[in-house]
Design a protein around this ligand. Structure first.
Ligand code: DAK
Length: 254
């Protein structure tokens, strides 16, 4: 139900349950976790998520499976989803969601856990949990306001309304829209950073991701520490030397 493939220095995880619009059963969530772990052992520079079948990235949690479960099992289920998606925050390389169609509920929560999102113009996104008497359980209430601000997040979560690709782009929910295949755009986007050194990429991502949850003075201290650490890498010595010598740098992740 989840395929992990390799394309050069990229890993691609495809949610592959098109008959249910790639809905997230708990088994699929576990498969996603295993695929992330496996990809983590590969020598890759970006991780891309997409959905099989051409119609959906992922239509959210498996609604049929959610019915009639004991309360504590649901609590454990929410934590499983949150824990699995949160692995992307500290994953060794940046991640991208290639949103090729519907991304609802847990599907949008997976996309929001990625470092970047690109979408097909026909993509439709939303957190419709409220229509089921639920609220998002896999990080949506926390990640959406960080991406689009509190007012827009409250609107999406409290009305459950669907947002089209243009609106998602305008509000910053997705980074870019595809003119052709969305997976090709995700790969082209990844190619814009995969040539940089992994240490600097991970320090930069860490610093930015911590900005919103951190008071400014503490955030500036984190930035001073991480930028000093970056300065101490061999990649920084190479990057500075390459500029002065008017040549292209060769980063070696050291
Ligand atoms: N779960 C299970 N099956 C789904 C599904 C889903 N989320 N979405 C679609 N399917 C299935 C349909 O049942 C149908 O299967 P059959 O009936 O043919 O067997 C098949 O996929 C095709 O769907 P449709 O026939 O509905 O296709 P349409 O093109 O007409 O409509 C749609 C596409 C995406 C607009 C529609 O399928 C739809 O509205 N889907 C549901 C969207 C949604 O509400 N997603 C769930 C959001 S809630 C937690 C707390 C909260 C959550 C999780 C955990 N815990 C405390 C643990 C959050 C949950 C959510 O994600």
């Amino acid at each position: 139900m989840v395929n992990l493939t390799r394309d050069g220095d990229l890993a691609v995880i495809t949610l592959d349950r098109p008959e249910a619009l790639n809905a997230l059963s708990f088994a699929i969530i576990r498969d996603i976790g295993a695929a992330i772990d496996e990809a983590g052992t590969w020598d890759i520079r970006a991780l891309i998520f997409t959905g099989a079948g051409g119609k959906a990235f992922c239509a959210g949690a498996d609604i049929k499976e959610l019915m009639g479960r004991p309360l504590m099992a649901e609590r454990a289920g929410a934590e499983l989803g949150q824990r699995t998606f949160a692995r992307l925050d500290g994953f060794k390389v940046p991640s991208l969601a290639a949103i090729n169609g519907y991304a609802f509920g847990g599907g949008l929560e997976l996309a929001m856990a990625c470092t970047f999102r690109v979408a097909s113009p026909k993509a439709k996104m939303g957190l419709p949990e409220i229509k089921l008497g639920l609220i998002p359980g896999y990080g949506g209430t926390q990640r959406l306001p960080r991406l689009v601000g509190e007012a827009r997040a409250l609107e999406m979560v409290l009305t459950g309304r669907t947002v089209g690709a243009d609106e998602a782009l305008a509000m910053g929910l997705v980074n870019r829209l595809a003119e052709g295949e969305v997976l090709d755009l995700a790969k082209a986007f990844a190619a814009e950073f995969t040539g940089f050194g992994l240490p600097a990429l991970s320090f930069a991502r860490d610093a930015v991701q911590r900005a919103l949850g951190t008071p400014l003075a503490e955030g500036l201290r984190i930035e001073a520490d991480l930028s000093t650490l970056a300065y101490r890498t061999q990649d920084a010595a190479e990057g500075l030397a390459a500029f002065v010598e008017k040549r292209k740098p060769t980063f070696e992740d050291r």
